[in-house]
Ligand binder design. Sequence first.
Ligand code: BGC
Length: 773
Amino acid sequence: MKNYIQAEEWNIIEEGFDPHLNKISESIFSIGNGRMGQRANFEETYSGESLQGNYVAGVYYPDKTRVGWWKNGYPEYFAKVLNAAEWMGLEIKLEGEILDLASAKVSSFKRVLNMQEGYLTRTFTAELPSGNQVEVSSKRFFSIANDEVAALKYELTPLNFSGKLELTSFIDGDVKNQDSNYDEKFWDEVSREQNASGSYLTMRTKKTAFDVTTGVKTLVLVNGTDTALSPDTEIRDKYLSESVTADIKANETVVVYKIATNLSSQNYEAADLVQTAVKVIDTAVAQGFDSLLIEQAEAWATKWQEGDIIIEGDVAAQQAIRFNIFQLNQTYTGKDARLNIGPKGFTGEKYGGSTYWDTEAYCIPFYLSTAPEEVSKNLLIYRYKHLEKAIENAEKLGFNNGAALYPMVTMNGEECHNEWEITFEEIHRNGAIAFAIFNYIRYTGDQSYLAQYGLEVLVGIARFWKQRVNWSEDKKQFVMLGVTGPNEYENNINNNWYTNTLAAWCLSYAVEAAGIVKNEDASKYQQIIEKTKLNEVEEFGAWTNIAANIYLPYDAEKGVFLQQDGYLDKEQILVKDLPASDRPLNQKWSWDRILRSCFIKQADVLQGMYFFEDDYDLESLRRNFDFYESRTVHESSLSPCVHSILAAKLNDGERAYEFYLRTSRLDLDDYNNDTEDGLHITSMAGTWMSIVEGFGGMRVREGKLLFNPFLPEQWTSFSFNIGFRGVQLRIKVDKDTMTIVTDSKESLDINIFNESYVVAAGETVINYKGLAV
Ligand code: BGC
């Protein structure tokens, strides 16, 4: 764990330059706009440790699978999010000396991520080996108002000398992925072009043939005067530059602007990319950096209006939740149904493909409440569009009759993951996709989604579970063998309680959903029956029978569900008894030792009790929570948020708060010692859930919002903004009141601690008793 980020409500701040922390900071200070993004690499040369990262959404490379021993059924490739051309590069020579913070004496270094207005700044003073000192200030952002544009302003002031500046502004497409399986580079060059509108480099991905044009217009002002740049004479593959040489004077500032775009052949004809990029750049340059920045601040103001959370009395918690919301909005905007939310977003390479069960289990609730309905609908439609591939995926593994197994990791619907214990066994992901459909309809009331898209997906998923279980003559129940639950520290186990519970629920929900569609849209229902060749009597009968007779391991003595068969045979040690030096286990213990231990990576039984909470009473939840929490090491970022929500439900304010801090500051404080690889974007939605569902106690039941709020004692109040069925609400919880404000003309029935209220236009202050602090 680290503690170097300064707490401030709207800003993430790093002061002082420590090269050992640089890769962590490059992740934390990442910026993006849903269409593209980058790590917080330096603009100027840096020869120290750094992970270069520029990413364009949806552009990937199918890197040939690399495994020790090939197993039939493995996917051929692992889709990699690609490190793309670097557009902001500057090489700065002062009196012949390169400005490089790795070889300079650095002082007054400060990096600030302004989350309110959406930009990154960096300032420092550097003394070069010659003794020449310069002051630098840079500001850059990816516009969310126009997501094809990024902009940089870089100011450089010589402090104690006057002399020659040689400045080269470049686009470098000769980049590689650190996680490349065979050390290959994934891009070929298509064209290089320089004209009055700037430099345009077009690159094509190998195999997938995505063309991406990176266009940049550089302006350099010396003494306030625009200086002409000359195209570089150096001819280098995949590289384009422009240079200028000038005499600069002490205390006079040189200003460099770079206005950039990345356009891909996903959105334009490949042949039109350069000319379109020229138009984008010309328009953005005409608008100017300052005006682009104003637009950026306005666009972010709207985002905050929809989804801000205010915490009073606790700056660290306030900063953290805003950081999570900010990064989520930088990663996914919901404008494009082909895109999804990668676990690292635009902040690193790890985890390859863009889509995991994280989206359905964690991210959907965030977007449901804080973005227009289409955004979460787009995320569901993404999976609908991948249904055929999910059916093919199941066929490859030997399933039939339209059974669908959605991939563990994907870019285009095809499975990319290639560890057998995950690819073949971590099948609970299929259930999360069904649950997200249910969750979306529960929240929005948009039942028509079932007829339009949802039912077909549910049928494919139900068919998979039907074939994946088998009847045990011994138990006289259906069992599911050889699976991996959410707790990846156990593989190839039998009867994972979570997976069995989820499968049973999916089977029942598919039958229920079919009934709804049949009633509401008989002709569409008929079409779906024909398309899926569904045998209603036989298949519904079988699904209902399995759901009613599936084996769910339980220990009557302890009154807890068993994570899997035989879990209690393990030596039962508690996390509190583990030496601190053994953690994180995944970095300190052998995999063998982890597998044999009772330690749990992330919420597993508790994930199920969270999804299906209405099926369990508080006492049962308490017993399971106490049992599993004490064995959970939370080495997946997805874990603490679920524990926080459940602790809040159990009125355990202290633990709810502790888990909240852990989930919300996971990256800011580098809890798991892995932030340098990139941020844990998907778990950030879980952080949001910890506040809204945990402390706010918000649920949707039968079309109504319910709240069971409580205020952590460290806070004076907290407020959150949500949209619900066309109504925008601002909800504030303080010591003895809950205040709900809406400007909507329609009134809304809600429930607080089981009492009904009507929230009408204007402000409703509701006093309530029984705050569970
Ligand atoms: C977790 C998975 C998760 C993946 C991507 C893993 O460490 O165990 O549940 O899907 O990370 O976030």
